[in-house]
Design a protein around this ligand. Structure first.
Ligand SMILES: Nc1nc2c(ncn2[C@@H]2O[C@H](COP(=O)(O)OP(=O)(O)OP(=O)(O)O)[C@@H](O)[C@H]2O)c(=O)[nH]1
Ligand SMILES: [K+]
Ligand SMILES: [Mg+2]
Length: 452
């Protein structure tokens, strides 16, 4: 809980600038008093009920705006503290005047970024993964990102990891009991049972770590690299998908050198599409650096799209045969308008590339559909699947937990096993921000009744 003498925070919670309505949030022990001072009321309104309010400057008595006020008494508020919301007109001068009036009240301090959420965390209203989910929800740009963020905000990931942590803490408690109270009557078969629990838990965590990084892909975007020989039409394709002239297109082979990234929403899934330099051996130092970057991006990408030049005598240029032979690569034959009736270039494994003409637009819809399906498969956790890890931080904490569990299984002495289990529990606790030892004692006394 926040300290009773903690400053009361206030901030504009809607985006700054001109708008119909602006919401100013006040949180802390003096929130109710601040509402009364500005709305000129003897007492705050009933909980969670909007009341009409004429906001005035308590110092000068000047009327500043005409709006609504709400009061959320602790603990039933976002932060867990008393919270007041002042809804005024969203003009710069109006919000400035109300914020200035609040700043003039004793004990009120402007909130730093994230300060309300921080108090919600400190009050136990949100765990760390929920805090991150909330941040992702505010940043979500596509429907799938919104769904994932909402799920995490609602505690899906925290429930999974807290469940693991509870099992870990219980195992540890039982082990501590056998160490500390070994002369007492404890079930004989306890140690083998603990081993079984630990092995099962390590297996579950390992399986979750082995999942492809779907959560991170959905949060940060699926990285798609557009690759191919010079002049195949890579920049034309990127521009067509982005619906803007993001990259320079010209008839000169070797136009693109730097990686040009565009962000797309493909059927609700975020995609970071990268245009790259045409792959070829070249004496031009700058172009050679571009080719190096193209290869690096191909290695790092979640999905690779190889664009071949249908106007070339042999579209399967030696520089790209390896890419074309990879069944994971989407291969596209562009410039079909020029190629006309010439037989389609057949890939070594018998697949035919997707035909495309960026000049006429033929084949673009089919390519988009293929791309969307692949992106969806990469980004989406199936219905009912366990909540994905969405940040490197989560992966790191889980890997640490797993390592400590594996060490515990190998440790020669019960004391050493207990130490590794403690480290495992601490690493898991960091995921949600709950790192406490009190619950260990709780479990010991609840499950055993030692000492009678
Ligand atoms: N006829 C025809 N021309 C095309 C088609 N797609 C692209 N072009 C042309 O091909 C030329 C090369 O296009 P770019 O998009 O610059 O090709 P690129 O693969 O990015 O080339 P580099 O960056 O040099 O590797 C341009 O003159 C385009 O207008 C197509 O489907 N048909
Ligand atoms: K070009
Ligand atoms: Mg280009």
């Amino acid at each position: 809980m926040t300290h009773p003498d903690a400053p009361t925070l206030f901030a504009l919670s809607t985006a700054p600038g001109r708008a119909g309505v602006a919401v100013i949030r006040v949180s802390g022990p003096r929130a109710g008093a601040a509402l009364c001072a500005l709305a000129d009321r003897p007492a705050p309104p009933p909980p969670r009920r909007a009341v009409r309010a004429r906001f005035r400057d308590p110092a000068s008595g000047e009327i500043l705006d005409d709006g609504l006020a709400l009061f959320f008494p602790a603990p039933h508020s976002f932060t867990g503290e008393d919270v007041a919301e002042l809804h005024g007109h969203g003009g710069r001068a109006v919000t400035r005047a109300i914020l200035d009036a609040l700043a003039g009240l004793p004990g009120l301090v402007p909130a730093e970024p994230g300060a309300f959420t921080r108090r919600a965390f400190e009050a136990g209203k949100l765990d760390l993964t929920a805090v991150e989910g909330l941040a992702d929800l505010i940043d979500a740009e596509t429907a799938a990102q919104r769904r994932q963020a909402l799920r995490q905000r609602d505690g899906a990931l925290a429930r999974l990891t807290d469940g693991w942590r509870d099992r870990l803490v219980r195992t540890l408690a039982h082990l501590e009991a056998t160490i500390d109270f070994s002369d007492e009557d404890l079930p004989e078969a306890l140690l083998p049972a603990l081993r079984t629990d630990m092995t099962a838990l390590a297996g579950e965590i390992a399986a979750h770590l082995a999942e492809p990084p779907r959560g991170e892909r959905l949060r940060d975007g699926v990285h798609v690299a557009v690759l191919g020989p010079p002049n195949a039409g890579k920049s034309s394709l990127v521009n067509a998908l982005a619906r803007r002239e993001a990259a320079i297109v010209s008839a000169l082979a070797g136009t693109t050198r730097d990686i040009v990234e565009v962000h797309l929403d493909l059927g609700g899934y975020p995609v970071v599409l990268a245009d790259t330099a045409g792959l070829r051996d070249t004496a031009d130092l700058i172009e050679r650096e571009g080719v190096r970057r193209a290869h690096a991006r191909a290695d790092a990408a979640d999905l690779r799209l190889l664009l071949l030049d249908g106007a070339a005598a042999d579209p399967l240029d030696p520089a790209v045969v390896d890419l074309a032979a990879d069944p994971e690569v989407i291969v596209v034959l562009n410039k079909m308008d020029v190629r006309g009736g010439a037989p389609p270039a057949v890939l070594s494994d018998g697949r035919a590339p997707l035909p495309l003409s960026l000049a006429t637009g033929a084949g673009l819809d089919a390519l988009l559909a293929t791309l969307s399906t692949r992106v969806r498969a990469l980004a989406e956790a199936g219905v009912g699947a366990p909540p994905p890890l969405t940040r490197a931080r989560h992966r790191h904490a889980l890997a640490e937990t797993h390592d400590a569990l594996v060490r515990a299984l190998d440790a020669p002495l019960p004391e050493l096993v207990a130490e590794d289990l403690r480290l495992a529990a601490r690493a898991l606790g960091r995921l949600t921000g709950r790192v406490d030892v009190e619950d260990l004692l709780d479990v010991i006394f609840r499950d055993f009744c030692i000492g009678k």
